[in-house]
Design a binder for this molecule. Structure first.
Ligand code: ZN
Length: 315
């Protein structure tokens, strides 16, 4: 059976305030806002994408905004952290920068790597992991020097009650292999391995079941090269007894969705066509982009959306 999944594509989380979110992710963490669009199912709300300079799959973190939404509870049946890869000697920089802007950090060690843990303005857990071997280059356009810039997702942390069915799916139909284990956490990798290709499964914990809402991660997307690979994964998952959505056109990638047996929503997204399909690489994220079906309603949509400034500058 050929392995079509080549790593992580993006994750999507739920926030309350788009401007506070831009200030934090683009201003403080220095990610590039690579796409400003609306929720394709609800064009009265923004959908913002952050990533590296090109919006490379694996670097993408996206948010839906539900102002005034009920806060969710981070817990089992969810992706329970955003983990970001940083250069090996950069943690002192982040440990100094974040508290200077009122973000409380905590240092941890995991799988021999130094980790800096904190939360975003909606309470979503974030970890910056010092990674020695990762050739990806972070975005420096927001003023973070290259030697400290965040490169993209490191791993996806899946927390489930019973890890058995989740691990069976990953190592069976999805082609992941076990890398190592530490306590109740096991790390798996998609070929070719390394940062951005990992999934961590935390199972057998007494952690409370999560509930969706603001301050939680909604789903994780895995990447495949193209539509043919996605079609094969769709067939394979259906034969494996999963209920899989039909292929949805997300303009920047095409996606299928299914729920794994630990309760987490999985997506498989294509690398093609990418974020430069409707604006140049230089101008990524600067203009409001709408899918074709909403273009004729642009004036009303623009009027209804709250105004957004660029990221507040952080010294
Ligand atoms: Zn998605």
């Amino acid at each position: 059976m050929q392995n079509h999944i080549t790593g992580l594509h993006h994750l999507t989380a739920i926030a309350t305030d788009a401007q506070a979110n831009i200030d934090f992710y683009a201003g403080l963490l220095g990610l590039r806002l690579v796409k400003k669009t609306v929720n394709f199912d609800d064009p009265s709300a923004y959908h913002l994408y952050y990533g590296d300079g090109l919006g490379t799959p694996g670097s993408i973190i996206t948010f839906f905004y539900w102002p005034g939404a009920r806060r969710g509870q981070v817990g089992a049946g969810q992706i329970t952290a955003i983990t970001l890869s940083a250069p090996a000697n950069s943690l002192d920089y982040w440990r100094e920068r974040l508290p200077r802007h009122d973000v409380t950090t905590e240092r941890r060690t995991r799988f021999g790597e130094d980790v800096l843990a904190f939360s975003d303005p909606d309470g979503i857990p974030i970890e910056i992991v010092a990674v020695a071997h990762d050739d990806r280059r972070g975005w420096t356009g927001a003023g973070i020097p290259a030697e400290f810039a965040l490169r993209g997702m490191h791993t996806a942390e899946l927390t489930v009650g019973d890890s058995g069915p989740t691990v069976d799916l990953l190592t069976g139909l999805m082609g992941y292999s076990l890398v190592r284990r530490e306590g109740n956490r096991a790390r798996f990798a998609a070929a070719p391995g390394g940062s951005g290709h990992y999934v961590d499964v935390i199972g057998g914990t007494k952690s409370l079941r999560g509930t969706g809402g603001a301050g939680t991660i909604h789903h994780i997307a895995f990447r495949v090269a193209d539509d043919a690979a996605e079609r094969e994964m769709l067939e394979r998952l259906m034969q494996g007894g999963y209920h899989v959505s039909d292929v949805r056109d997300r303009d920047y990638f095409r996606s299928i969705y299914y729920r794994e047996r630990g309760g987490i929503l999985f997506e498989i997204a294509t690398d093609v066509p990418g974020f430069a399909v409707d604006e140049s690489v230089e101008s990524l994220g600067t203009a409001l982009k709408l899918p074709k079906q909403f273009e004729s309603a642009r004036p009303q949509i623009e009027r209804a959306l709250p105004p957004l400034q660029g990221a507040r500058p952080f010294a």
